[in-house]
Write a protein that binds this ligand. Sequence first.
Ligand SMILES: Cc1cc2nc3c(=O)[nH]c(=O)nc-3n(C[C@H](O)[C@H](O)[C@H](O)COP(=O)(O)OP(=O)(O)OC[C@H]3O[C@@H](n4cnc5c(N)ncnc54)[C@H](O)[C@@H]3O)c2cc1C
Length: 414
Amino acid sequence: MNIAIIGGGITGLSAAYALQTTHPEIDYCLLESDARWGGKMVTATVQNGAAHPLIIDGGPDTFVTRKREVWELVHALGLAEEITPGSETRGIYVLHGGKPIKVPLNPVAFISSPILSLRGKLRMAAEPFVPARRDDADESLGEFVSRRLGREALERFVGPILGGIYNTDPNHQSILVTSPIMRQMEAEYGGLFRATFARLRQAQQAKTSPQERPPRFIGLKGGAGVLVKALVARLTGDLHLNAGVEWIAADAAGYRLSLTNGSIIHAEGLILATPANVAARLLAEVAPQAAADLAKIKHVNIGTISIAFDKAAIPPELLTMQGVMIPRRERRRIDAVTFTSNKDPTAPRKTNFWCACSLAVATPTWRASRTRICCGLCWMNCAPCWAWRRNRWSIGPSAGARATPRRRWVTWSW
Ligand SMILES: Cc1cc2nc3c(=O)[nH]c(=O)nc-3n(C[C@H](O)[C@H](O)[C@H](O)COP(=O)(O)OP(=O)(O)OC[C@H]3O[C@@H](n4cnc5c(N)ncnc54)[C@H](O)[C@@H]3O)c2cc1C
């Protein structure tokens, strides 16, 4: 039997690896339209003259261990030595009225935080008394959070954080797909606060030592690209870059695939590991119902901009921040800033550079024309910058700038 795996991002690469290890008798080919493997996992290593290189993850940089897949894959590939404990949730800020406000993580900090009005705080505190939803029907993250914690919590606090992870509007984000754990907590314990306390109690009773527990988040010392490289090195199938699949048709032996490089290949089975909208187009003829369902999944375009500064130029107050989430009502062109060097505790010691990464949501106009965007750091009086289509940059005047970017990188995920 032979299988065609379409898409060489982390999903396609790990599907190939799983197939190869569990069914070595099956032949497979892996078809990737781009000139490199990894899809949204993209890591740049920059030698900046210092002893240690600067490692920039343009896409994913941290993985939650609650979802076991990455943790298990890293170990299966013998990369345990590469693991570095990822950032915890401390040091996360939300932009509010143009100013970064620290996300309160304990009741005392919450009460004194300006992030919510008194009314908003009281509404949030009433969460244990809100009746639990008992059916299995889906709802948006926005509906869930306003129902349990109130509208203000959605707009100013929980929405920017949870919605920010997916860079989408919480009112169009399925809770069952993106944060099913919150609905499980509601179903099992009747509410989020009750569930949190019950889980804390269970963790204390289980008494696992910190050494036995994996960190909640992990990163990889050499960046996420290490995972991609290790997978590609182990794959023994037929691997093709620059081989986008244009269409798929059914034939007597299975499927016929037409590739962008002009060749036609046959496969008895398919694994689709492309974004859902591409899969919908490819399956239109051979699986119309699946194609119609996949076409319903909404996508947003996103780019990341990584900017390196001289470490000496960074104001001390920034060295404790890990990231700033930016709610839509702040009307910025970016959704978040991650202070990469603060997120990876080993990074600042490794290099003279200090790095921040902005997540920018791309609009159709952005693609069509040169558009000014904020690098996200303007509230700290930093140099404004301009992004110009893919990988083109110029830097604007830095009047009053306290830190001038030294290096920049742009990645895009369409
Ligand atoms: C900026 C950013 C930050 C993120 N941060 C995190 C994080 O910190 N932690 C985390 O867990 N997740 C994070 N994610 C999400 C994570 O990156 C993705 O979930 C994951 O990389 C998706 O992998 P994939 O292989 O499914 O898809 P992709 O990476 O999109 O791969 C799909 C591949 O299919 C190829 N392809 C498309 N069409 C065709 C075709 N017709 N023929 C052949 N090949 C085709 C594409 O070129 C691509 O290589 C982040 C995502 C982004 C964009």
